[in-house]
Design a binder for this molecule. Structure first.
Ligand code: SAM
Ligand code: SF4
Length: 349
């Protein structure tokens, strides 16, 4: 048998691959094998996750950030940015709009504050919980007691991408920070009872296939409920501005590899994928993905939440995106998930 297909069969049947085998999977000899990779991931997605595609409405409630991740447009040292913070009422009213569109989850995302705006977030969470919405936080690294209080206030899930599994590359991208602390934060979040999402960028300068294979295995080790990946897109106000953007096909292959190895995780077709390929979301849904996260951040804030330039759908309202996404979901023979779409972990063996 073609050696690529024997690894692919093992991946589909068991999900148990070594780093070397994942590396091979990510490097198909031709587009024929690559298509087979996507089809196998699609079958595994169908078996574990069904045909629903879950919508998560994202509110980028603040672009204030005290960190300096060298790839990100929100980094503290980017003084060109107008910094904003939405009020409690603005966040709650936007959440009501999300619920009215039959979207069952709100994702509250922001830069990372020097000290967490704990009381404000607790108020927001409690008020959103009066509406029937699951709450995902994506606000960065904080100590255990902060995560605990936010959980007790009613938060359900937490997204904290590990960004890259390689310790040296992690430190280059995040001066002064270590991957072991990021992984420990993910462990703490799990212990505190959150459904947890990790993930990484594809195409970072200095990233190799060996590192990407480690990334996939780390997602499995963490036993993540969700994994968010997307291409790196250079931002003009960062020192990585002249670097190449991540490759779309490689990002798709990684999505497929994560589906094969991690099995029952929620996997979004990310906005970054849609930004670099017109049909990025559709292609992602056919290579293992089962989630999409339309932006509900109101104007003028959404324009100021610029992680990378030319973000897809920046001018479209969430009402418009809801309709557009439904059409796109139906166009690939799938259906919109109705409800909160929580973790599928261990639902099906
Ligand atoms: N501040 C929180 C954190 O870092 O976990 C949450 C928000 S952060 C902006 C969300 C994600 O955006 C990061 O985890 C990173 O992977 C992604 N991101 C930032 N800059 C990017 C870029 N230039 N290209 C692609 N993705 C980027
Ligand atoms: Fe801040 Fe998150 Fe951007 Fe890093 S990735 S600079 S923590 S917003």
């Amino acid at each position: 048998m073609n050696p690529y297909y024997s690894i692919l069969t093992k991946a589909e049947d068991t999900g148990n691959l070594s780093a070397g085998e994942i590396k091979n999977l990510l490097d198909p000899p031709s587009s024929k094998e690559e298509n087979e990779l996507f089809k196998a991931a699609d079958r595994v997605r169908q078996y574990y996750m069904g045909d629903e595609i879950w919508l998560r409405g994202i509110i980028e409630f603040s672009n204030k950030c005290s960190r300096n991740c060298i790839y990100c447009g929100l980094r503290a040292q980017n003084t060109k940015k107008w910094r904003y913070e939405m009020t409690v009422d603005e966040i709650v009213n936007t959440s009501k709009l999300i619920a009215s569109l039959e979207i069952g989850t709100v994702v509250l995302q922001s830069g990372e504050y020097r000290s967490c705006p704990l009381e404000k977030l607790k108020t927001v969470i409690k008020r959103i919980k009066e509406i029937d919405l699951a709450i995902t936080l994506s606000i960065g690294e904080y100590p255990r007691d902060i995560y605990r209080e936010l959980k007790q206030a009613g938060a359900d899930r937490f997204l904290l991408r590990h960004e890259t599994a390689d310790p040296d590359l992690y430190e280059e991208l995040h001066p002064g920070y270590k991957i072991k602390d990021r992984i420990n934060a993910l462990k703490i979040l799990k212990e505190e009872g959150y459904e947890v999402g990790c993930g990484f960028m594809v195409g970072l300068p200095g990233q190799t296939l060996d590192i990407l294979a480690k990334d996939v295995l780390l997602c499995k080790d963490i036993e993540a409920d969700m994994v968010g990946i997307g291409p790196f897109i250079p931002h003009p106000d960062t020192i990585l501005k002249d670097e190449k953007q991540g490759d779309f096909q490689m990002t798709l292959r990684l999505l497929a590899a994560i589906r094969l190895v991690c099995r029952d995780v929620h996997l979004p077709a990310t906005t970054a994928m849609a930004t670099i390929d017109e049909f990025g979301r559709e292609k992602a849904w056919q290579a293992g993905a089962n989630v999409v996260m339309p932006t509900a951040t109101p104007k003028p804030y959404r324009q100021a939440y610029e992680l990378y330039p030319d973000k897809k759908c920046l001018e479209d309202s969430v009402e418009h995106c809801r309709g557009c996404l439904e059409m796109r979901i139906l166009s690939v023979g799938r259906k919109v998930g109705i409800g909160q779409g929580g973790s599928y972990k261990k639902k099906k063996k």
